[in-house]
Design a protein around this ligand. Structure first.
Ligand SMILES: Cc1cc2nc3c(=O)[nH]c(=O)nc-3n(C[C@H](O)[C@H](O)[C@H](O)COP(=O)(O)OP(=O)(O)OC[C@H]3O[C@@H](n4cnc5c(N)ncnc54)[C@H](O)[C@@H]3O)c2cc1C
Length: 469
């Protein structure tokens, strides 16, 4: 086999890597794209899409159970676990086929199916023995599942996001380790599908929320459907063909589950890249320092994009980072900052959660506007009146800085707030925009008005507005 050379070598054909390769090529670079499998992106195969498909099934069962609230009497839903999983897999496979189609559209000679690691700052060594000499390299290797040592003894009963969507049917019971976005989304979906589900979290918050009041509110709402135990360490031992979990810390207990789902974080997939040979300065976790605006690692010709940099591990950011890294890799040593959007993370629980912009620092002069969904018109109509939105704004100007929200329709309201923050809008200016009645978006008004009052900014909407007017 002969060695290869190119202007830009991209390692990893996920969302970030595909965007990086495409962009570098559009900018005139001779590119090579290396992936171990070309199996489709994480999003399509084991991430965003199959998890939303499971959530959709859970929502359908939940809607049937709630029908009585509206005077519609139906028997309790009978969940056919095998049929649920078949739909998840069928639809997932269509998304995967779409991802593979875009990979197939890449011109011949560019795709290299191999595992890559560094041999030098400008050379990759492939596991088929070949080498790639590249003027610039984009690392887009994504993130990996971790199963903590505490679960080693029950490894064959452990599920992760890489295996759960391939189950032939639903398990009877699942202990879920981790109350982050991934753990909570799957936990609620499974619980709604009739799986006995219990979430355990060693930290004292959930869903990535750093605002304790919003976190407490979400915890209370979700616990109406399933137990979520925070502040506990869990140990696991085999119990027949299941697993016995024992937990201690803020609470104590033990219980047998059929399976354990470990959703305890996804560190960047950098371990097998031999970064020691890349010439990059690495931190104590073995992660290279990189610039968020250019994606460049130090002053090197190496760029780090997507989950691999562990900065904003969500899909739209992986795509943006891939584009910026690809463009800069093509133009290296000329490197320019790319446009970064306001940070926005959404958790597709019910109610949904969103964290947008930034939480102001402790000493930063700011105001907090709060809005509860308990008495919100639209939410009451649909019997979904629970949740809390906190908006943070600059104390001097009322300009919005960030938001932590858990409530009905939050995935949509979060976009409005993100766009307002990105456009440097004040609470007054946001209130000047139309809010249709009765919508979930109206639920933000009390928080915006509270900010206007605190900063003595004009509030030109009608405060007399009530939930049912
Ligand atoms: C269950 C779950 C649900 C999610 N839900 C959402 C959601 O609703 N919304 C959202 O925005 N985000 C969601 N995410 C996050 C989102 O999926 C990721 O942020 C995104 O897919 C990351 O893309 P990437 O290109 O960085 O990595 P990936 O798509 O993982 O691509 C990395 C690629 O690198 C390859 N690779 C790794 N090492 C090597 C090597 N040494 N040599 C060659 N190839 C290598 C791998 O084979 C892989 O193809 C979810 C994630 C999970 C796990």
């Amino acid at each position: 086999m002969t060695d290869l050379s190119c202007d830009v070598a991209v390692v990893g054909a996920g969302t970030a890597g595909l965007a990086a390769e495409r962009t570098a090529r559009r900018h005139g670079a001779k590119t090579l794209l290396v992936d171990a499998h070309f199996a489709g992106t994480t999003c399509a195969t084991v991430g965003c899409m199959p998890s939303k498909l499971l959530i959709a099934a859970g929502e359908a069962a939940h809607a049937v159970r709630r029908a009585g609230l509206f005077g519609i009497e139906v028997p309790a839903p009978v969940v056919d676990g095998a049929a649920v999983m078949q739909r998840v897999q069928r639809e997932r496979d269509l998304f995967v086929a779409g991802a593979k189609r875009s990979i197939a559209e890449i011109p011949d000679g560019i795709r290299i199916e191999a595992r890559a690691r560094f041999a030098s700052p400008t050379t990759l060594l492939l596991d088929d023995g070949r080498r790639i000499a590249a003027r610039a390299i984009v690392i887009a290797t994504g993130s990996v599942n971790t199963v903590p040592e505490a679960f080693a003894a029950v490894r064959e009963r452990v599920l992760t996001n890489a295996s759960i969507f391939d189950l032939a049917t639903l398990p009877r019971s699942v202990g879920i380790i981790g109350a982050g976005p991934l753990g909570l989304e799957l936990a609620q979906a499974l619980a709604r599908l009739g799986v006995e589900t219990h979430v355990f979290e060693q930290g004292d918050t959930l869903a990535g929320l750093h605002d304790p009041e919003v976190a407490r509110c979400l915890h209370a709402i979700l616990e109406r459907e399933l137990p979520i135990t925070l502040g506990v360490e869990v140990t696991a031992t085999p119990d027949g063909d299941g697993v016995r979990l024992a937990w201690k810390g803020k609470k104590q207990g033990e219980r047998r589950f059929e399976r354990v789902l470990v959703a305890a974080g996804r560190p960047p997939a950098l371990e097998h890249l031999d970064l020691g040979r890349s010439g990059l300065a690495l931190d104590e976790h073995g992660t290279p320092d990189f610039d968020r605006a250019t994606l460049q690692c130090g002053r090197s010709s190496i760029f780090l994009a997507g989950d691999a940099n562990h900065d904003r591990a969500v899909l739209h950011e992986a795509a943006t980072e891939g584009m910026i890294a690809g463009r800069n890799a093509a133009s290296f040593p000329e490197v320019a900052p790319g446009t970064r959007a306001v940070p926005m993370a959404i958790v597709f629980t019910d109610p949904a959660v969103a964290v947008v912009g930034r939480l102001p620092g402790k000493d930063e002069p700011h105001v907090l506007g709060a809005a509860s969904y308990e008495d919100q018109g639209r939410a009451k109509v649909f019997a979904r009146n629970a949740g809390l939105a906190h908006l943070y704004a600059d104390r001097a100007t009322g300009r919005l800085l960030g938001a932590s929200m858990a409530g009905p329709g939050i995935e949509h309201s979060a976009h409005l707030i993100a766009w307002a923050i990105q456009n440097e809008r004040t609470a007054t200016e946001v209130l000047d925009h139309p809010f249709y009645h009765p919508t979930y978006e109206e639920g933000l008004k009390p928080a915006l008005r509270a900010i206007c009052k605190e900063v003595h900014a004009p509030q030109r909407d009608d405060e007399g507005f009530t939930a049912g007017s």
